[in-house]
Design a protein around this ligand. Sequence first.
Ligand code: PLP
Length: 390
Amino acid sequence: MEEKFIPLSVPNIKGNEIKYVTEALEAEWVSTGGAMINRFEQDIAEYVHAGGAAACQSGTAGIHMALRYLGVGAGDAVIVPALTFIAAVNPVRYEGAEPVFMDCDDSLCMDPVKLAEFFSAECEKKPDGAVYHTRTSKKIKAIVVVHIFGNMADMESITDIAAEYGVPLVEDATEALGTCYTEGRYKGRFAGTIGNIGVYSFNGNKIITTGGGGMVVSNDREALERIRYFSTQAKDDAANFIHNDIGYNYRMTNIQAAMGVAQLERLEEFIGIKKRNYLRYKAGLEGINGVELLGFRPDIRTNYWFYSVYLQNKTSKERQALIDGLAQRGIQSRPIWGLIPDQKPYAGSIEYRLEVCRKYYERVVNIPCSSNLSEADVDRVLGALKELLG
Ligand SMILES: *Cc1c(COP(=O)(O)O)cnc(C)c1O
């Protein structure tokens, strides 16, 4: 085949990345200190209007430190989505706690109705003021909400529920940098800045990338200070090597940050391209029966990170045939994640009425969405989809 391969989601590195990384190298600040780290933290905090930001090695490390800061530990439970990437859940286990798997609604994000139902039907408040899962006696220590594919979870409802039960909220906004409310109570607020602590990722497939990297944001300066402390080996006295807690080697390097500064300069442009391509896919798919490009909440500006094709009447075997057919035509696609409670390490975990996530788990295919994607590329993917589904 002569036609070029169209990958699912790859980096777009055509701005000031080489310039800034060269500056970092010339300054010989290559490790976990240097001006670029502070600059990247400031730039992100400013962009999302957060009180502050702490750069780290990955989104996973950011979520881990957020849970650690909140005191999650053995005997605790953390409410997490069943339909997500596993990195949103593993940190719960790193700290010896147990996940409680929650269903999604049609936004693919956590269903607030079931979340409220779970608290009222299966939990109780004890004299210590905390909320416990009645059957297992585990304390509900936090909720991790994920803004799936750049959509926004229903944060008005979810923050109300979290406040009612006094449970802190961590936002896994690793896929949703740039997504913000345009209406309602949180108008102008960005994904990641509405709960207690928010986390972004700069992995290679995310909307902007530092190769690998993450950022924790919060309006709680004490939380950020603590998380920065955890990320740098919990040094209380650097000169004398005094460590009063268990820390991690989770700080971002200056080289990664230099790349991040350049990538962030182009974020709005990337969102513009992704929006254009999303609308082109949407119009192109309208003619195909039983196929739908999933939408985003109407009251937000999404970052359009990932595109999800929903196959109404297909079996998972037919979905695989579609993925294989696209691959034969040089187009990468993939099924949505396997549900986390179905993964081996999570067998037998606590879950609550998982229904909607099973429907989407079987029927969603993600199609190419890189910000390098031209309109001609989109048309080629559309042509292949029509050929295979029409
Ligand atoms: C990418 C991602 C993460 C983890 O980010 P890394 O930087 O790769 O560690 C966590 N949660 C979700 C939902 C993600 O998509």
